[in-house]
Design a protein around this ligand. Structure first.
Ligand code: AMP
Ligand code: MG
Length: 421
């Protein structure tokens, strides 16, 4: 691991660019071991441990894509309507008992296997049925409205790659192959605790100077949405022995430990000296706002160790640093092949924003569509302790290091929280 981290020498750890920090973390972590075999529904939100190979052709047979009439295209006159004899009806799930011969047609339902002889389907809306005959207008194309066997997937071919996060579409696809159990990675175990003498847990009374612990709740929410197992270790006082005990316990039971607080300038030295005992942890000042101080590294003995994210204490900074740094790393650890960047788009900013160059700022924004265009405004007071700025937001406005002041009407980049959260 130390080798991984030496490559950050090229950057000033007191002004680490967001993208560099994210990449250093992503490069350091690799998927956890451990596979489970689960019934399909329980695999929702999990990550495929191995590729799913299709045991069958999908669709299994040539079938009709429409309700209409199945016929032999060669029987149709090129220059005018053709009347054919209707010999019966073909239904989905029931093979049609005989072949369709010259001058004949069959009424056919969507999904019904094509009877022998049929190569083309004409949708029912354009034909003229009369008794046991049907008249087909000119202008049909051979093979139209037919779904070919194997056109979606061929037997023996990979239907889904290893490392794929299983969403509803993937569950459906796997079910369509007749597969009811699937190999997925085990869930990532993430231990969380809050630090700070002023922080008190819910269910107690906050005395003067004390605040309720909110970070464990945002972290619980963000982690649960990500599909990991959350182990909540409560609030730990700024006491070396208590902290060391909690870090050791967390490292022994979890794959990842995420803490908040204790990494700011006033407290970093204290935390740092303890981390030197526990493992190898880097203290970064990221060139960003909010969320400047952050610790990342590995604690605990190797077989029994864990990755550590020491997030800042301020509630908004916790959320921003989680999404920018922890989320992609957790996805990678969970086995996701390509965690991807948070979803971004450009929008016209309707307000002016003061912005210093040299750092990335994450403002809380409201993205909305107006006159066929994406527009965004800020949610008001942007202090890193003002959690309301997050509850009112549906996006981050991301102003990169090269960006100066924003004038009303300028385009800016936004990260959409839906999809991220
Ligand atoms: P720190 O990084 O520990 O210096 O904390 C920075 C700020 O975040 C301080 O104002 C803390 O009181 C606040 N803070 C730290 N931890 C929490 C927490 N768990 N919940 C809410 N606020 C917190
Ligand atoms: Mg603190």
């Amino acid at each position: 691991m130390s080798q991984q981290f030496t490559c950050h020498d090229a950057y000033d750890p007191n002004a680490l660019p967001v993208a560099v920090g994210r990449q250093l973390i992503l490069d350091a972590v690799a998927p956890i071991e451990g596979v489970e075999h689960l019934p399909l529904r329980e695999a929702l939100g999990r990550v495929l441990a191995e590729a799913v190979i299709s045991p069958i052709d999908v669709p299994a047979h040539d079938n009709s894509a429409m309700d209409g009439y199945g016929l032999r295209c060669a029987d149709l006159h090129g220059d005018g309507p053709t009347t054919l004899q209707v010999i019966g009806s073909a239904y989905a799930g029931r093979p049609f008992p005989r072949a369709v011969g010259q001058g004949e047609a069959v009424r056919i339902m969507t999904g019904a296997p094509l009877p022998a002889g049929v190569d083309t389907v004409v949708m029912q809306e354009v034909v003229t049925p009369l008794d046991d005959q049907v008249t087909i207008p000119a202008g049909q194309r051979a093979g139209q409205n037919v779904r070919r066997a194997g056109e979606d997937l061929q037997a023996g071919s990979p239907a889904l790659p290893a490392g794929k996060l299983l969403r509803p579409a993937e569950l459906g696809l796997i079910a369509s192959l007749g597969i009811s159990e699937i190999s997925v990675r085990r869930r990532l175990r993430v231990a969380i605790f809050s630090t700070g003498d002023e922080v008190v847990p819910l269910g107690t009374i906050a005395h003067e100077g004390e605040i309720f612990d909110s970070n464990r709740y945002t972290l619980f929410g963000m982690l649960t949405r990500l599909g990991v197992e959350v182990i909540d270790l409560g609030v730990v006082r700024d006491d070396p022995l208590a902290l060391e005990g909690s870090f050791r316990e967390a490292a022994s039971i979890a794959d990842v430990v995420i803490t908040s607080g204790g990494v700011s300038v006033g407290e970093a030295d204290f935390t740092r000296s303890m981390m030197d005992k526990l493992g190898e942890v880097l203290f970064w000042k990221i060139a960003m706002k909010p969320g400047r101080p952050m610790a990342f590294g590995r604690i605990g003995a190797d077989g029994d160790g864990a990755w550590l994210f020491g997030l800042p204490g301020n509630p908004v900074a916790v959320m921003v640093t989680f999404y920018q740094f922890a989320r992609p790393a957790l996805l990678r650890l969970a086995g996701v092949e390509a965690p991807g960047e948070p979803p971004e788009l450009r929008a016209m900013c309707t307000v002016s924003i003061r912005k210093g160059r040299g750092r990335t700022e994450f403002l809380r924004g409201q993205l909305y569509a107006e006159d066929g265009e994406w527009k965004v405004r800020t949610t008001g007071a942007q202090g890193s302790g003002i959690l309301r700025s997050m509850t009112e937001a549906n996006c981050f406005i991301v102003l990169g290091p090269g960006q100066g002041d924003v004038a009303a009407g300028d385009d800016v980049t936004v990260q959409i929280l839906d999809g991220l959260v």
